[in-house]
Write a protein that binds this ligand. Structure first.
Ligand SMILES: [Zn+2]
Length: 187
C-alpha cells in the first residue's frame, strides 16, 4: 500500500493539532517572574488524580493582578510554610489564564497524602458562595484535557475537590458543587 505512510503522517499531524488545541494559555514561571525554586520530587506521570482547590483569598481579573496574587502566594508558601515552591501545580485566574506552579512533572504541596498521585489546580479567589469566571472554569477544564493529551494525567483520571481528601472547606461550596458536573468526578 503506497499511501499507507502518508496516511500515518496525516494522522500524527491531526493528533498533534488536537493536542495543542486542547491546551489553554499557560503563563510560564519565567513569564510571571517566579522566584527560583529547589524542588526535587518528581511525579510519576501520568497521574491518576486531579484535585481542585481555591486560594481562599482575593480574586483577580487581569493578567497584572493575577501575577501579583500568584507572586504573593509563592512568597507565602516559600517564606512562611518553608516549601520549595508554590504548593499548587497550576493556578487559574478569572482573567482566563493558567499560571504555572510546580507544573506537570513536580510533586506539589497542596493535598497532604495525595500530592504524589495528583495534579493540584487552584482557582485564585474565594469560591464558597460564588463561582470563578466562565473563562477560568473553561481554562481549568482545558488544562485537564491538555494534561491527558500530553500523557501527564491518566485518561481515566478521577477528579476530586480538596475536601474529598482532607479536612477542609476547599475548594469552597459553590466551586465544589460545580466540579461535580465536570465528568470523572468522584468524591
Ligand atoms: Zn485546597
Amino acid at each position: 500500500m503506497v499511501s499507507h505512510g502518508c496516511h500515518e503522517r496525516q494522522e500524527n499531524k491531526a493528533i498533534y493539532t488536537l493536542s495543542s488545541e486542547r491546551c489553554p494559555n499557560i503563563i510560564s514561571k519565567s513569564a510571571w517572574g517566579a522566584k527560583k525554586t529547589s524542588c526535587r520530587d518528581r511525579l510519576s506521570n501520568p497521574v491518576p488524580w486531579v484535585i481542585i482547590h481555591h486560594t481562599a483569598g482575593a480574586s483577580c481579573n487581569t493578567k497584572a493582578s493575577c501575577i501579583s496574587q500568584v507572586k504573593g502566594i509563592q512568597n507565602f508558601h516559600m517564606n512562611s510554610n518553608k516549601w520549595c515552591d508554590v504548593g499548587y501545580n497550576f493556578l487559574v485566574g478569572n482573567d482566563g489564564s493558567v499560571y504555572e506552579g510546580r507544573g506537570w512533572t513536580m510533586v506539589g504541596a497542596h493535598a497532604k497524602g495525595s500530592n504524589s498521585k495528583s495534579i493540584g489546580i487552584s482557582f485564585i479567589g474565594d469560591y464558597m458562595t460564588k463561582l470563578p469566571s466562565q473563562a477560568a472554569l473553561n481554562a481549568a477544564k482545558r488544562l485537564i484535557s491538555c494534561g491527558v493529551s500530553k500523557r501527564m494525567i491518566q485518561p481515566n483520571y478521577t477528579l476530586k475537590g480538596h475536601r474529598n481528601v482532607g479536612s477542609t472547606d476547599c475548594p469552597g461550596n459553590a466551586l465544589y458543587n460545580n466540579i461535580k458536573s465536570w465528568g470523572r468526578f468522584k468524591a
